[in-house]
Write a protein that binds this ligand. Structure first.
Ligand code: AMP
Length: 408
């Protein structure tokens, strides 16, 4: 199938051509015909599959055939970063269409608020917004949402995780009941089904291989003692030649410590975490995107939705608490059918969680031998119970390999 087979407007085909998109990805192939037909759609798809274009192209197709300028689509996003990224994709696809957009998200100054207000008063074709900020505008009464044709919920599971259910329902009260609803989510928990039942009309459902990293990602892991991690990380980062590498750690303190330590060792690294202001986060992201910064260390703020091209390596400094987050972290590499590598450090307390991930993705990840001079790591025994100290005598005594400093 080609984009032309879908009957997309010429202005969009020109844009796709300029962006070098040759053929639709599987999610695009499966959902676009239904969206173009006017049906509601629920799509279970991870980021990296091309889901943004899967909804933006049909939305733009409708807008490019409309005679009057009005706000035709409202796209809700859980985070500012994702809102900006959707807006960025919109700018590319809409280049030859004359459609306009505004990204509406928290932070910024009075001028930003005024700019958002003006765009929504004048009827920007597409409004891409985080729920909280949008409600601040809606409460002031000037937003023109009476001709909305599409409501898109992107990363719907994340929005519900962040507690936006009530806000979404409130926002829906401001838009016409007759509209097309498109819901995209990486996972499909019960609460998403409830939301869908509440707001959608006989949706067509697509499920694109959930909970599995894209086929192009080579995944490996090191089984390590926590004290071995810093040196192993430095070793890997200095030896690799990838232009962009992303390191994930679960807590912002670890992220800050890693940035400080690796910078001291002369590595070109910057960090992103929730203590930075919006401007600081954007400036770090920009520097990473433009390859001025080679290594970015981040908390899970970045694990969902953020699209940065050609990240050769994703390194998990620890095993994420939630198995789905592993898929999201690893999904930052090998986007849209390219290849990439993901390496995970499995600490002593992380083994059980890592084995849950292996079950979720239905794959045993190869464990790489530690470099000899860093000493041996622990054995990989995820089923072994970690003693709480209350019951010191284990039921079954398993043989364990000693660490570099003798028995653990
Ligand atoms: P997404 O899942 O929407 O975040 O998209 C992931 C990446 O795939 C983005 O960099 C898109 O620009 C890219 N992409 C989306 N659709 C296509 C396509 N049909 N051909 C090539 N690249 C694509």
């Amino acid at each position: 199938m080609t984009f032309a087979d879908l009957g997309l407007d010429d202005s969009l085909l020109d844009g796709l051509d300029a962006m070098g998109f040759e053929k639709p990805t599987p999610i695009q192939e499966q959902v676009m015909p239904h969206i173009l037909e006017g049906k509601d759609v629920i799509a279970c798809a991870q980021t990296g599959t091309g889901k943004t274009a899967a909804y933006l192209l049909p939305v733009l197709d409708k807008i490019s055939r409309q005679e009057f300028q009005h706000t035709s689509a409202l796209i809700l996003s859980p985070t500012r970063e994702l809102a900006l990224q959707i807006d960025h994709a919109f700018q590319g696809f809409s280049y030859y269409t004359g459609a306009s957009s505004i990204a509406v998200y928290g932070g910024g100054d009075g001028q930003t608020f005024e700019r958002e207000k003006r765009a929504m008063t004048e009827g920007a074709s597409v409004v891409i917004a985080t729920p909280g900020r949008l409600i601040s505008h809606l409460n002031l009464g000037y937003v023109k949402f009476n001709q909305i044709d599409f409501l898109v919920l992107d990363e719907a599971d994340k929005m519900l995780d962040m507690g936006f259910f009530e806000d979404i329902i409130k926002i829906i009260g401001f838009i016409p009941a007759k509209r097309q609803n498109l819901l995209f989510s990486a996972t499909m928990p019960t609460k998403i089904r409830e939301l869908a039942r509440k707001i959608m009309n006989d949706p067509f459902e697509v499920n694109i291989a959930i909970s599995k990293p894209a086929a192009g990602v080579t995944q490996t892991a090191f089984v390590v003692y926590d004290r071995q991690k810093p040196e192993l990380l430095k070793r890997i980062l200095t030896q690799r030649t990838d232009p962009s590498m992303l390191v994930f750690a679960s807590t912002k303190q670890t992220v800050k410590d890693l940035e400080r330590d690796l910078r001291k060792k002369g590595l070109p690294i910057r960090a992103i975490h929730s203590d930075l202001s919006q401007e600081e986060r954007e400036s770090v992201l920009l520097s990473f995107r433009s390859r001025q910064t080679k290594i970015l260390v981040a908390t899970d703020i970045l694990s969902r939705g953020i699209d940065i091209d050609n990240i050769g390596l994703v390194l998990n400094y620890d095993v994420p608490g939630d198995a789905e987050d592993y898929v999201h972290r690893v999904g930052r590499t090998a986007r849209a059918e390219t290849t990439g590598e993901a390496i995970t450090f499995i600490g002593e307390k992380d083994q059980r969680r890592f084995s849950d991930i292996e079950k979720l993705i239905e794959r045993v990840i190869p464990k790489t031998e530690m470099p000899a001079d860093l000493g041996t790591g622990p054995a990989y025994e995820p089923e072994r119970k970690i003693s709480s100290g209350k019951n010191k005598r284990p039921l079954f005594r398993k043989k364990r390999r000693p660490g570099p400093g003798g028995a653990q």
